[in-house]
Write a protein that binds this ligand. Structure first.
Ligand code: FAD
Length: 101
């Protein structure tokens, strides 16, 4: 929706531009950071401050390929097999702890 200053869309339901030709990936890590950003935006709105623009933070991807293997490029570093799997599980635990406390 255009010209609707107080309607926000984030996460998988939003096509958030990332440069001229791309949109931000539909993954949980982006959705969570967008959630934090929208919370700060709403607080700024309530407090009468100017909102900050959203800048996607690219931390890389980690993908499970079955129970014993994963691949990824966390922080741009190529990773395969058990090291990637261990990191993927660690990231999952981190986000779970962030959500569930
Ligand atoms: C099989 C699968 C595996 C994935 N694996 C990964 C992964 O390993 N890593 C990763 O980063 N991302 C992964 N993703 C993507 C990740 O799940 C999504 O990017 C993330 O959940 C998006 O968060 P969101 O809050 O935008 O949407 P959602 O998590 O989908 O939350 C939307 C919520 O809105 C609710 N809802 C919908 N309609 C209504 C309504 N009308 N009224 C009220 N509530 C409503 C839904 O029930 C849901 O709870 C995976 C996705 C799938 C499907």
């Amino acid at each position: 929706m255009r010209n609707q200053g107080l309607i926000f869309a984030i996460g998988d339901c939003a096509a958030i531009p990332d440069g001229p030709d791309n949109t931000v990936p539909a993954t949980a890590s982006y959705a969570m950071r967008q959630g934090s950003h929208i919370a700060e935006t709403l607080l700024a709105e309530i407090g009468g401050r100017a909102p900050q623009s959203y800048e996607p933070l690219h931390l890389g991807e980690l993908v499970s390929l079955g129970p014993n293997y994963a691949i990824g490029n966390p922080l741009g570093v190529p990773l395969f097999g058990y090291p990637a799997l261990a990191m993927k599980k660690g990231v999952e635990q981190y986000y779970r702890a962030t959500i569930e406390g």
